[in-house]
Every structure is written in C-alpha cells, then in structure tokens.
Design a protein around this ligand. Structure first.
Ligand code: PEP
Length: 221
C-alpha cells in the first residue's frame, strides 16, 4: 500500500525538518506500507539526510523532473542528479499540466529520464483517457474537481476508474487515488479493491493529520 505526501510549493527547509522530526518516529514500519514524502527541490537534500539519520521508514520523491539530461537547460532538475536524492518522481500533476503547459509528450520524456535513472515515475492522470507512458506502473488518479477542494471523488467511482485504467494499461499497474483525502475519509479509499494507495496534498502538510492517515492505512493492510 502506498501513501504519497505531495507538499507542493510548501514548507521551508526548517519546517520540513520539523515535520520529519515529529512524523518520522511515528510512521508505522510495515513491509506492505510504503510512504513517500515529496518536498520542494530545495529541501530534498536535507530531508533525505534527516531520514537516513533518523532511520525513518520514509522514501523521498520529487514533484517533477527535467525532460532532459544534464547540460544547458537552465533551471531544470535532471534525473541524473536527482537520482542521488530520490526514489520516486510525481509526473504530470494537473497543476503542472494547467500552469506550465505540460503535455503527454513532455510527461513521456520526463518518465523516460526517470526510468533511465532508476527513479520510479508516479504518473498523475485526471481521467481514463490520459496517456500513461510505456512501462510506467505507478499511477495516481486525481480528478481536478477533487484537488484541494475538500470535495473528494466517491471511493466507488475512484475504484471504477482504477479498474478501467488497469483494463486499458495492464493489470500490473498500481493505481492510487488523490484529491481531498483526509484521516476521516482515507479508509473508504483504501478498502477499494482496485486502489493501491492514496496521494495526499493539503492533509500531508499537517503532521498530526498525516500520522493519523498512516496509522489508519495500517489497519487496512
Ligand atoms: C494533490 O494535489 O496531489 C492532492 C492530492 O491534493 P489534495 O490532497 O490537497 O486535494
């Protein structure tokens, strides 16, 4: 089961370290639970160090990466460098598609860069017609109407979408749900047979709420 914390453009390095100091010792250690925290690029290095020092059961992910390798691409963060810090990268989030004009083609280029550098892409799709790049097996269904609105999809519909995504893209893909998940509703998603976890934005910023979410997830393993 997956729990992915997407902090978006939030938390200074000091705030990230404070979150880790509180959450790290309380995240359940379980071989069937994978918790990935995705801070801003500028906090990745410190977050990674704190996780190693604390021996916390957390992986580190980025919220994006460059469609190019190393070279003359000012401002971009290439997978070849990020690989030292992260195991996962969120790609194709609706906020990037909307605000930065990301297309399926760019997302496929980014996914290829990630895979070539041993980083697992987490492809965000907003419906069943969005392209999932080849060999990408971790997918998050995140309906735009549910992102940051406090208005989640129904667990039943999210489950149906996950079923369709698997039918279209192969049963090997694992589908997560994201969009206004909280400690109060997380179980209703985690009990759906075609869902393999959740991606959490706003509720992951609040350390106590996030710990509660992880503990509830454990009850469903
Ligand atoms: C997200 O944007 O990936 C997300 C899950 O956001 P929220 O939980 O805030 O709806």
């Amino acid at each position: 089961m997956w729990i992915i914390a997407n902090w978006k453009s939030n938390k200074t390095i000091a705030e990230a370290l404070d979150w880790l100091a509180q959450a790290g010792p309380k995240i359940p250690k379980n071989p069937n639970l994978t918790v990935v925290v995705c801070p801003c690029f500028s906090a990745l290095s410190e977050v990674k160090k704190a996780i190693i020092v604390g021996n916390f059961p957390l992986l580190v992910g980025a919220q994006d990466l460059s469609p190019f390798g190393m070279g003359a691409y000012t401002g971009e963060e290439p997978a070849q460098i990020l690989r030292e810090l992260i195991t996962h990268a969120i790609l194709g989030h609706s906020e990037r598609r909307q605000n930065f004009g990301e297309t399926d083609e760019i997302i496929s280029q980014k996914a290829a860069q990630a895979k070539a550098n041993n980083i697992t892409p987490l492809i965000c799709v907003q419906g069943t017609d969005i392209l999932i790049p080849q060999d990408c097996e971790l997918v998050a269904f995140e309906p735009i109407s549910a992102i940051g609105t406090g208005n989640p999809d129904t667990p039943e519909n999210a489950n149906e979408v996950a079923k369709t995504l698997k039918e279209k893209n192969g049963q090997d893909i694992q589908v997560l749900y994201g969009g206004s998940v909280t400690a109060d509703n997380v179980q209703s998603f985690l009990t759906q047979s075609f869902l393999s976890g959740v991606m959490i934005g706003k509720a992951s910023l609040d350390v106590q709420e996030f710990i509660k979410i992880c503990k509830k997830a454990l009850e469903n393993i």
